[in-house]
Design a protein around this ligand. Structure first.
Ligand code: FAD
Length: 320
C-alpha cells in the first residue's frame, strides 16, 4: 500500500497549495510507514518536478500526453485513478482547489473509495480513519470516518502548511491509456486574464463590499493589495453589480478561502459572506457601523470610514 498525491500546475509551475498537499500526503505516508508518489499531468520541467522531493515525494509519475496538456476533468480523473491502481496506492491526496473539487469525486468513484473533501487536519487512526473537514460551506467542522479500503482526500489550501521532508525524487515517464470517451471535450488553450495573485491560493486578501459605493473607488483596494502582495476579493452584491469580476466573489455562493489575513472593507459580514471567509487565520474588519455583524468574528476591528482609514493604512505602508 502507498500514498499518491496529484500535483496540479499552472503554466508549468506548482503553487504553494501543491507543496502543501505533498507535505500532507507525506505526513500520511509516514503515519502508514509507506512511500509517497506524486503524479503530474501536462508540461512541467524536470527541475520543477524534482522540487517535489523537497516535500517528501520519492517518485514522480510524469504524464506529458499532448491531449492532456490542459486540464480535462474526466480524463485527468481516469489517469489519476489508473496511476493509483498501478502504484497500489490506497490513499489519494489532492488540493481542494477549483480543479481538485471536480477531480476528487471522480477519482473516488473510479477507485470505489471513500471521499473527504475539505480536509483540514491529518487523519486520526485511533478509531479507524477519521479526518476533520469543513462542512456546511465552511460554517462548521465535521469529523468523518472512512471505512472503505481506498480513500481520497482533498486538502483545503492553507490548512496544513508546507513542511520540508527532503528525499531524492525519481522522475518516471508515465503514458496511461486514454479512453476516447474521456476526451469528449479538449481544452486547447488557457489564457490567463490577469497576472495578479490568485485568490484561492492567496495568503493575504483585501476584500471590498457595497460600502465602497462604486467601482471607481476600487483604486485604493488594489493599491493596498499591491503593497501587501495580496489578492483582491469582494462580496456578492459587488460582483452582481459588475463592480468587480465574479471570480473575486467570496462566500457561500462564491469561492471559499482560508488566507492567513483577510481584510474586509465596507462589508457587513452577512452569514453567506462569512461562510466563505470565516476559516481565515486573522480577520481585520473596517466598517463605519460599530454594529456591523462582521465585528463579531473579527480579530481586529477598525470602526471608521473606509475612505479615511484605507488611505491612512496605504500611507503608513509606503512610509516603511
Ligand atoms: P451591505 O450589506 O450593503 O453592507 C455594506 C457595509 O458597508 C455595511 O456594513 C456598512 O456599514 C458598510 N459601509 C458603508 N459605507 C462605509 C464606509 N464609507 N466605510 C466603511 N464601511 C462602510 N454575499 C456574499 O458576500 N457572498 C456570498 O457568497 C453570498 N451568497 C448568498 C447566497 C444567498 C442564497 C443569499 C440569499 C445571499 C447571499 N449573499 C452573499 C448576500 C449576503 O446576504 C449579503 O447581502 C451581502 O454579503 C452583503 O454585501 P455587503 O456586505 O458588501 O453589502
Amino acid at each position: 500500500m502507498s500514498v499518491l498525491v496529484y500535483v496540479e500546475h499552472a503554466d508549468g509551475k506548482f503553487k504553494k497549495s501543491v507543496y502543501e498537499a505533498v507535505s500532507y500526503a507525506k505526513a500520511i505516508a509516514n503515519q502508514q510507514n509507506t512511500n509517497l508518489t506524486a503524479i503530474s499531468i501536462g508540461n512541467v520541467a524536470e527541475g520543477e518536478l524534482k522540487e517535489l522531493g523537497k516535500y517528501g515525494a520519492s517518485k514522480v509519475l510524469n504524464v506529458t500526453v499532448e491531449q492532456l496538456k490542459n486540464f480535462v476533468n474526466q480524463a485527468y480523473g481516469s489517469v489519476i485513478a489508473e496511476a493509483a491502481k498501478k502504484e497500489n496506492a490506497d490513499i489519494v491526496v489532492l488540493s481542494n482547489s477549483f480543479s481538485g473539487k471536480g477531480l476528487a469525486p471522480r477519482i473516488a468513484v473510479k477507485l470505489k473509495a471513500g471521499l473527504i473533501d475539505g480536509a483540514v487536519e491529518l487523519p486520526n487512526f485511533d478509531g479507524g480513519f477519521s479526518v476533520k473537514k469543513t462542512a456546511f460551506s465552511g460554517k462548521a467542522f465535521a469529523i468523518t470516518t472512512l471505512t472503505s479500503a481506498n480513500k481520497v482526500i482533498a486538502l483545503n489550501p492553507n490548512a496544513f502548511g508546507v513542511k520540508e521532508n527532503a528525499v531524492d525524487a525519481t522522475i518516471e515517464a508515465y503514458s496511461p491509456e486514454i479512453k476516447a470517451t474521456d476526451l469528449t471535450a479538449i481544452v486547447k488553450e488557457i489564457v490567463r486574464a490577469t497576472d495578479k495573485v490568485s485568490l484561492p491560493d492567496a495568503e493575504l486578501v483585501v476584500s471590498g463590499g457595497r460600502g465602497l459605493k462604486g467601482p471607481e473607488n476600487w483604486g485604493m483596494i488594489e493599491e493596498l493589495a499591491d503593497l501587501l502582495g495580496a489578492a483582491t476579493a469582494c462580496s456578492k452584491p459587488v460582483s452582481d453589480a459588475d463592480w468587480r469580476p465574479h471570480s473575486e466573489h467570496v462566500g457561500q455562493t462564491g469561492i471559499a478561502i482560508s488566507p492567513n489575513l483577510y481584510i474586509a472593507i465596507g462589508i457587513s459580514g452577512a452569514i453567506q459572506h462569512l461562510a466563505g471567509v470565516s476559516s481565515s487565520k486573522v480577520i481585520v474588519v473596517i466598517n463605519k457601523d460599530p454594529e456591523a455583524p462582521f465585528f463579531k468574528v473579527a480579530d481586529y476591528g477598525i470602526v471608521g470610514d473606509a475612505f479615511e482609514v484605507v488611505p491612512k493604512i496605504i500611507a503608513a505602508l509606503k512610509a516603511h
